[in-house]
Unconditional design. Structure first.
Length: 433
């Protein structure tokens, strides 16, 4: 967390890579760093947003955040105006104004507003139950070094309060600044291998960046921590003679940039992808808003059965025991994380052979609202407390937000990461040995 958002290809990302290398070395590994092709990367260095007037709102800004790819702007003062439908609103009278909006605008409208003289945008967070009331959901600008004005993300309550003040015809004066860096950089992936008897291997992975550009404690410092701890424990058990070397090798990978780095790993290692015996991806294992549940995703993929039946059995064996989870279940695919890069249709997009590589994701909460999924027939878990035909996927109230910090997620509920490490570690002992 102290490194910032750890975006691949930035100084923040490089600091995180150095830390990961050090941690793997301490655990007895010889880690390898793989550089990806350069891509546009964004690093937020510092920023400020304050209400100067009216005096009653001077302490309003607390948990806001700047959208990624916001350009640097010097210390600026501007009057705030509200537009209900900026997509259709005329541009007259917006010069030198800060603009409060209810929803994200299209790239075309963003450009038009900037060219009309708007100095910055303030976006109110959406109305989602249990999320973003007093902290900001982080939305981004287009990935470009040519963006003209910054985007500030507001908590929903602060956005509504500013809107009410403006509707009451009270003038609001803001002071703001942004210092950022937008440049091409190479994300770096750190890989450490526990050698087994076979060249075939299990890939245990997590994306190392905060893909929202925010603090990213749950998404995905939690997944990184789980991979590091699992690697450390298994390496120590082998080194101390507590267990033999595994039959299958274990390769631990922390991706520099979610999806992007995974794609380039597959391309770079195209000649050995067929040796992957299974992919276990960890993404968001730091919190859960409504349940203490561990999820194993992609049971609708037939060739994932061996991986998932093993993890399902672990979940059922240890559910409710002291230091373990209250619930566990497998669930159908949802997409949006690194394990999906290994699916045949994704490999085809990368112009690679459409191999059937077992690939699953482990998590304790996903996205920012509760989801009900129809359970895949034949996959009702004894460790699931809900209806056997429905999986309620828990969520993070702090998903992609300004308060995805340890105090609200990983340190508040450390049992989530602990449970993920236990499930993963026990599962690997049964799969790889």
């Amino acid at each position: 967390m102290r490194f910032g958002s750890r975006t691949g290809g930035t100084r923040s990302g490089d600091k995180a890579v150095s830390y990961l290398v050090e941690q793997f070395r301490k655990a007895g590994f010889t880690p390898v760093v793989e550089k990806d092709p350069k891509r546009l990367a964004y690093e937020l260095k510092n920023w400020s947003l304050k209400v100067q007037s009216p005096p009653s709102l001077r302490n309003l800004v607390r948990n806001e955040w700047v959208g990624a790819y916001s350009p640097s702007v010097p210390n600026t003062t501007a009057s705030l105006v509200y537009l209900h439908q900026p997509e259709n609103a005329p541009s007259i009278g917006l010069k030198n104004k800060a603009l409060l909006i209810d929803a994200a605008v299209s790239n075309k409208t963003y450009r038009r507003l900037a060219e009309a003289g708007v100095l910055c945008l303030l976006l109110t967070s959406p109305n989602l139950e249990g999320a973003y009331s007093d902290w900001a959901m982080i939305s981004d600008l287009p990935e470009s070094e040519k963006n003209l004005i910054p985007l500030f993300n507001l908590s929903r309550n602060n956005g509504l309060r500013l809107k009410k003040v403006l509707m009451d015809s009270v003038e609001v004066i803001l002071n703001f600044s942004v210092r950022s860096a937008i440049d091409s950089g190479s994300p770096k992936t750190v890989i450490a291998t526990l050698k087994g008897e076979s060249e075939r291997y299990f890939l245990i992975c997590a994306h190392g960046d905060s893909d929202s550009g925010g603090p990213g404690a749950d998404d995905n410092a939690s997944g990184v921590s789980a991979v590091l701890e699992t690697a450390r424990i298994l390496q120590a058990l082998v080194k101390n003679g507590r267990i033999p070397r595994p039959k299958f090798s274990l390769r631990f990978a922390i991706w520099g940039t979610e999806i992007y780095s995974t794609e380039h790993f597959v391309r770079r290692h195209a000649d050995e992808v067929a040796n992957i015996h299974g992919v276990l991806n960890l993404d968001e294992v730091g919190t859960g808003a409504t349940r203490n549940c561990i999820y194993f995703e992609s049971n609708d993929v037939g060739y994932n059965a061996h991986l998932l039946r093993t993890l399902e059995a672990v979940g059922e064996e240890f559910v409710g025991k002291r230091g373990y989870w209250s619930e566990s279940t497998t669930n159908p695919s949802q997409g949006g994380t690194d394990s999906y890069v290994f699916f045949p249709r994704y490999l085809a997009r990368l112009k690679l052979p459409e191999l059937e590589i077992p690939a699953i994701t482990i998590y304790t909460g996903a996205w920012n609202e509760l989801k009900a999924l129809q359970q895949t027939p034949g996959w009702s878990s004894k460790a699931w407390k809900g209806h056997p035909d429905t999986v309620y996927v828990d969520y993070s109230a702090y998903y992609h937000s300004s308060l995805d910090v340890p105090a609200t997620t990983t340190e508040k509920e450390p049992f989530n990461m602990s449970g993920a490490v236990k499930a993963l570690g026990i599962g690997l002992l049964r799969l790889a040995w």
